[in-house]
Design a protein around this ligand. Structure first.
Ligand code: SF4
Length: 404
């Protein structure tokens, strides 16, 4: 099952969708990978987007002649739920949409508007040469007069959206309109993004004439065919990966990220002037990452029945002898003889800390009246074993520590 809500997936019929076209054109392999993802629980942002889109749809319907009481009631109910900021957002979208539409109408001549067709949220399907459906998509608003079409797509997020003239979703919508309304020979597409940070990104537009539509159709048909049918579709990493639901398990993206990190590491110039600063920052990031990884670990552990794409790989259990004396008895019985002291010692490796503790405890027990400190005994222990060559000191690289 693909990502998105179950209803959205049903509507798309498990086929590529216009809204994913940028990602699929660049990386057709992502289509099959995304299809295997489990539906995600709806986020607050997605719920808000759905509500604002529905509000805009109802706005269009109630401005037309086919609005029912139910439409008006739903519009008023949604209105009562909007925050001040959301209300400003939809009002901006309404104003700009009306302005763009009026502009479109005046350019084509008001007299033609009589034969217009208007469709809010109409899902269209794209067919290949054999009449197989290969893609679907819906513009938020479609208006057609004679051979000219006008499409608006609302984006209610704040993030970067490719402008209409470079946006594959809008190209796909132009192709869909052309194939479903044969008379149409020019499609004007607009993106309205009221919350875009940069003012000039809030409305972007493009015009698709016949030659543009034919070229876009060729690209989209080829892409969808490859995405749906190819055994090894093209896979390409790029900025589109940030929106790919499968990025967490995509090897190509992970390898590219590792390469990027190596490049960054190689490119950082560390000198005696900045070494302390870079050291502090890196320590901070590495402990931050360790904390985040621990949190990931906790979430997966606490939700064993939920598919997250992560799992705990089974490690073989560690082994240890629970009773050394009984194990020795077992071995001697089995061998039919007692072990010699050198044999016994070759089996046992003393941990220096345990031996030191044992030594201190025993000496203190033997000399209870002497005020002999642990530190003295510890020094005696180390010095005598060192003299006898029983302690081996292996050099270890020094750790880099920050002063102060
Ligand atoms: S993460 Fe990027 S490269 Fe990997 S499948 Fe998704 S879009 Fe393709």
């Amino acid at each position: 099952m693909g990502t998105g809500t179950i209803n959205e997936n049903l509507a798309r019929g498990g086929l590529p969708s216009a809204s994913k076209m940028t990602q699929i054109v660049h990386c057709p392999a992502s289509f099959q990978l995304n299809k295997d993802e489990l539906p995600k629980p709806s986020s607050d942002a997605a719920n808000e987007g759905t509500m604002l889109h529905r509000y805009m749809e109802l706005f269009t319907i109630t401005n037309g002649n086919n609005a029912t009481d139910a439409h008006w009631a739903e519009l008023h109910e949604l209105e009562s739920k909007l925050t001040v900021e959301q209300r400003t957002t939809v009002e901006y979208a309404q104003d700009k949409m009306i302005h763009l539409l009026n502009n479109f109408k005046s350019r084509i001549g008001n007299n033609l508007v009589v034969d217009m067709q208007e469709y809010p949220e109409l899902r269209l399907k794209l067919k290949d040469l054999h009449s197989n459906t290969i893609m679907s998509g819906k513009g938020d608003y479609l208006y057609i007069v004679d051979y000219r079409a006008f499409v608006v797509d609302y984006k209610f997020g704040r993030g970067y959206v490719e402008p209409a003239d470079r946006n594959y979703q809008l190209a796909a919508l132009a192709v869909l309109v052309k194939q479903n309304f044969l008379n149409v020979s020019s499609v004007e597409v607009h993106i309205i993004q009221p919350r875009a940070q940069e003012y000039d990104r809030r409305i972007t537009s493009a015009m698709y004439e016949m030659a543009d539509i034919a070229y876009a159709n060729e690209v989209i048909q080829k892409t969808c065919k490859e995405a749906i049918e190819a055994e090894k579709p093209r896979q390409e990493v790029g900025y589109w990966c940030q929106f790919c639901e499968s990025k967490y398990r995509c090897r190509a993206a992970q390898l590219a990220m590792n390469e990027q990190m190596e490049l960054v590491a190689r490119g950082i110039e560390i000198t005696t002037d900045n070494v302390r600063d870079i050291f502090d920052k890196t320590k901070f990031v590495s402990s931050l990452c360790a904390d985040i990884l621990k949190k990931c670990n906790d979430v997966v552990k606490a939700n064993p029945d939920i598919e997250t794409g992560l799992y705990f790989a089974k490690n073989p259990p560690t082994r240890s002898i629970t009773n050394s004396l009984r194990a020795l008895e077992w071995l001697e019985n089995k061998l039919g003889r007692e072990l010699t002291i050198p044999e016994l010692c070759s089996l046992i490796s003393f941990k220096i800390g345990d031996l030191e503790k044992f030594f201190i405890k025993e000496i203190k027990a033997q000399l209870p009246d002497e005020k002999i400190t642990k530190k003295t005994l510890s020094e005696e222990f180390a010095s005598e074993l060192k003299t006898l060559g029983l302690i081996e000191y292996k050099p270890k690289a020094d750790s880099l520590k920050a002063k102060g």
